[in-house]
Design a protein around this ligand. Structure first.
Ligand code: FAD
Length: 286
């Protein structure tokens, strides 16, 4: 099923993100995680894509295939383009189509000086324009409520996002954020600019203080005082941080659903406990 169908029915979505484990052992163990995640009945599960290298692509496809065929949940495959040429993208798209995978989150990918850029695709919108005629796919794009770190300014960021939608992105998945007001303002700016596709906010519960600090520094998300206090107070107490982090993520999600957003995407970090606790906390809300 194409993900865009969910929103055509005016439904609010709950979805998860997982990543392909790097080792064979990890891959064997992923079934335990998927069993819990899929039992929670998500509308879709997105599978991340490592930067460059064919082994990465293979694991992403393998995991997406598993989600679809063994767990009967719709996968969304992330696909970056900066380090691939058209022939490689064609090959990848064929593999996906052959497996009946219909949803691609089309991304530019981060620049990596160790891997050559192939030059066929400079922006995610180039990949979207290229894949759009292959109408078997529903194409999703990424968006950044607090701007992409390379962004010139908010105006050009929204202009480029609109180009992405015009090129064929039917749904936008957001970068993580910890201040809902930033997301609400972003959605409003998008609507004013004529971006009318569903914009799905993404939530990453904090369970590891140093990891979250690194992520926030990398993506430039605001660190609200209430959130900062939680991290400072509980960073050395794993269990307390889990309690506080889950509670903060839940309060963000409830606010997003209460504000009639299109859905929520949860970064599970392949941790089924997180997904289960979140779903218990919103079972009468969605
Ligand atoms: P673009 O949409 O190309 O945007 C990147 C920057 O370029 C923006 O500032 C934009 O405004 C600007 N820009 C766009 N078009 C133009 C133009 N025509 N002229 C000038 N500037 C332009 N990375 C991975 O490697 N694997 C993953 O699985 C992965 N999953 C992700 C999932 C989500 C939901 C998000 C938000 C990000 C994910 N990323 C992933 C990270 C992503 O690859 C990086 O953020 C990357 O740097 C930008 O990708 P993009 O698709 O947003 O790029």
């Amino acid at each position: 099923m194409k993900i865009s169908e969910i929103y055509r029915k005016n439904k609010k979505s709950l979805s998860f993100e997982v990543y392909p484990p790097k080792t064979d052992r990890g891959f064997e163990n992923i079934n335990k995680t998927l069993a819990v995640l899929c039992e929670l009945n998500p509308d879709f599960i997105s599978v991340t894509f490592g930067a460059g290298g064919s082994s990465n692509c293979n694991r992403t496809i393998e995991l997406a295939k598993k989600i679809k065929q063994e767990y009967h949940v719709e996968p969304v495959v992330h696909l970056t383009c900066l380090h691939y040429d058209k022939a490689e993208i064609d090959e990848f798209a064929k593999l996906l189509a052959d497996e009946g995978i219909q949803n691609i989150l089309a991304l530019r990918g981060d620049r990596n000086s160790d891997i050559a850029e192939k030059g066929d695709f400079r922006h995610a919108s180039d990949l979207i324009s290229y894949l759009k005629p292959k109408s078997v796919f529903c194409l999703l794009g990424a968006c950044y409520p607090e701007c992409h770190p390379e962004s010139e300014n908010r105006v050009s960021e929204i202009r480029h996002l609109k180009e992405k939608v015009t090129a064929g992105a039917e749904v936008l998945l957001s970068q993580l954020f910890y201040d809902n007001e930033q997301f609400f303002r972003f959605v409003e700016d998008c609507r004013i600019a004529g971006i009318n596709v569903p914009i799905i906010p993404a939530i990453m519960p904090v369970i590891d203080a140093s990891k979250i600090k690194r992520m926030i520094a990398k993506c430039g998300a605001a660190f609200p005082v209430r959130f900062q206090k939680i991290v400072d107070r509980y960073e050395n107490n794993e269990e307390a941080l889990l309690d506080a982090g889950m509670s903060y993520a839940l309060s963000q999600m409830i606010d997003l659903f209460a504000s009639d957003m299109d859905g929520v995407h949860l970064y599970t970090m392949n941790n089924p406990i997180i997904a289960r606790r979140i779903c218990e906390g919103i079972r009468h809300i969605i």
